[in-house]
Design a protein around this ligand. Structure first.
Ligand SMILES: Nc1ncnc2c1ncn2[C@@H]1O[C@H](COP(=O)(O)OP(=O)(O)OP(=O)(O)O)[C@@H](O)[C@H]1O
Length: 576
């Protein structure tokens, strides 16, 4: 936790918070002393002037204490909220640069919990630290010393009270701390089930799994609630028990103090001051124990946040990156082998092909044959195990991630649009794109008609994830967005699957006819033979292996896997 806070908390603000807290505590410690003086030297001797003087002094110190408390709370709140803000921003920056491997490793839901709930735990403890953790030790030491000064005999009471308190607090911590720690994992689980339920709501309804999903959520919710109930039940014993201990201590002090006063061994004012110091000692002890209950929970959160911040992405830019020059577009896979993290088998084996500007390469194969895996290697979403992927003749490992992403325009399987306008979405990869360029891309992507029919045109609103467009329209907008970004390699990962045959054909025709796109390499992943048939080279994948490479006519004539795909689609009436 210290590591997290170190660089993200302003030293000056922390110093200020500590200083004001010291002023507040010292003022609070001085007040009982003044009460004692008023009683001993003012009331007992009937000295009204002294009472006034001491009274004003008390007022002054009370004001100082209040002012110092306000300043301390202000600085503590500012610093702890600032810490939260910086942590959220650092985690987000880290996550945004994660490779797909790290994303898979931690999981989206857990990343959200870590950025929100875990950060709040750290923030709360930082606030607690700047208030209670500074106040409690100073008050404990100061009040003990002053109480001892007022009456050494009476301090013996603490020899009995403090061990009782320590045993009690220790017991509470023993049971509560593990439960507090477990709460973060249980929050993760709720978020995971909730997120899956929300994103998959249509599937859930279509399969009439509402009840099952509701039960799954209820289980996660109940598990969290039971844990929370347990921990707060334990904590609920704390306050009454502490009040009991404090009241008992007060009775014991009054009883013993009464005897001392009767024997003229103690002054009344000193007893009053002693009682206040006793309460301050017990309060600070309680505060410290509260801090020790909350620290382990925050520590668990800190570990989870550090896990994210320390994740070392294996996909790193080289120390001396090469720059892409003006060389013509090309794409080459040279004896590429690839394996997912911790996977037993290779997902891609010995993939080898070369494409030059103006050429289209299509990849076809059964589900799970490795098509998406292959195209994910082009923008370096994952690194190859052996072999080499190169764009424009440069190994993708030899350039910065920014540069390779600049050269590759990618349309993923699932079209993802962002909240905003169509224009904002289109300019996502090319902020300077003009309206003409956008309309041109929309025309190629067969989206011009439906966008121009919208009342707002390019300014029409896009809802979260593109929810106000049909699946096919979303796909086409995602394709247009990729085209607006000028690139050396365009990758369409099964992006035409949501389009009808006619639109699919028109779109591919427009792609091949566009002079700009003809300067690039186009990679099309497809399930339908009709989608891939026009490509210059078709790669046939089977269980990660390249089992066929050639034109439609060549493969149709002599590739068994390709023939099987054609036959299966003829049976479904799918081939053109
Ligand atoms: N993130 C991942 N971690 C581990 N294994 C994965 C991961 N993604 C895919 N795989 C595995 O790699 C293999 C190839 O998957 P890939 O998604 O590339 O297939 P695909 O040909 O694109 O399939 P589809 O046509 O169904 O999209 C599959 O066996 C799959 O289980």
């Amino acid at each position: 936790m210290i590591r997290l806070a170190k660089k993200r908390m302003s030293t000056w603000a922390v110093f200020g918070a500590v200083l004001f807290m010291v002023i507040q505590v010292v003022s609070n410690l001085y007040l009982p002393n003044l009460t004692s003086d008023i009683v001993n030297d003012g009331i007992a001797k009937g000295d009204i002037n002294y009472i006034w003087q001491a009274g004003f002094k008390m007022l002054g110190f009370s004001l100082i204490s209040i002012l110092a408390a306000v300043c301390n709370v202000y600085l503590a709140a500012r610093t702890s909220q600032g810490l939260g803000q910086k942590l959220r921003s650092d985690i987000y920056r880290k996550i945004i640069n994660f490779s797909h491997d790290e994303m898979d490793q931690v999981g989206t839901s857990s990343l959200i919990t870590r950025t929100t709930n875990d950060v709040v735990q750290i923030q709360n403890v930082a606030m607690m630290f700047l208030r209670m953790m500074i106040m409690a030790p100073i008050m404990l030491v100061g009040a003990s010393f002053l109480a001892y000064q007022k009456d050494a005999q009476l301090t013996a009471i603490f020899l009995i009270v403090l061990p009782i308190m320590a045993i009690f607090i220790g017991g509470v911590m023993y049971f509560a701390v593990p439960l507090f720690k477990a709460m973060q994992k249980k929050t993760d689980r709720i978020n995971l089930v909730f997120r899956e339920g929300l994103t998959g709501v249509r599937v859930i309804r279509a399969f009439r799994r509402d009840k099952f999903e509701q039960e799954r959520f209820d289980d996660a919710n109940l598990d969290y609630t039971q844990n929370a109930k347990k921990v707060y039940s334990i904590m609920s014993v704390m306050f009454p028990a502490m009040t009991l201990i404090m009241s008992g201590t007060n009775i014991a002090i009054t009883w013993m103090g009464g005897h001392l006063i009767a024997n003229q061994a103690m002054q009344v004012g000193n007893l009053l001051a002693f009682m206040t110091y006793a309460m301050q000692i017990l309060m600070s002890f309680m505060m410290l124990s509260m801090v020790f209950v909350f620290i382990p929970r925050a520590q668990a959160s800190a570990v989870r946040i550090n896990e994210v911040l320390d994740l070392n992405t294996p996909i790193k830019a080289p120390a001396n990156p090469t720059k892409f020059g003006n060389q013509p577009a090309s794409l080459a896979f040279n004896q590429v082998n690839f394996r997912y993290q911790n996977a037993e088998h290779l997902a891609l084996k010995n993939i080898d092909f070369q494409m030059t500007a103006g050429q289209t390469v299509a990849i076809i194969g059964g589900t799970g044959s490795g098509k998406t895996t292959l195209v994910n290697l082009i923008p370096r979403f994952y690194d190859v195990e052996t072999g080499e992927v190169s764009v424009k003749g440069v190994n993708v490992k030899d350039v910065t991630l920014h540069d390779i992403h600049q050269q590759v325009s990618f349309v993923p399987q699932k079209a993802n649009l962002f909240t905003g306008t169509i224009r904002e979405n289109m300019q996502y990869g090319n902020a300077k794109a003009t309206d003409d360029e956008i309309w041109h891309a929309l025309e190629i992507a067969q989206s011009k008609d439906f966008v121009s029919e919208l009342e707002g045109g390019l300014d029409s609103h896009v809802e979260q994830g593109g929810g106000n467009f049909s699946g096919g329209q979303r796909q086409r907008l995602a394709i247009a967005r990729a085209l607006v970004k000028k690139a050396a390699v365009y990758v369409f990962d099964d992006s035409f699957s949501a389009l009808d045959f006619k639109t699919d054909a028109l779109l591919r025709k427009a792609l091949t006819e566009d002079a700009e796109i003809q300067k690039s390499v186009v990679v099309i992943v497809g399930q339908r033979v009709s989608t891939v048939a026009d490509a210059d080279t078709i790669l046939v994948l089977d269980e990660g292996q390249l089992v066929g490479k050639g034109s439609h006519a060549e493969l149709k004539a002599n590739n068994t896997t390709y023939q099987e795909i054609i036959n299966s689609q003829i049976r479904e009436g799918d081939e053109d």
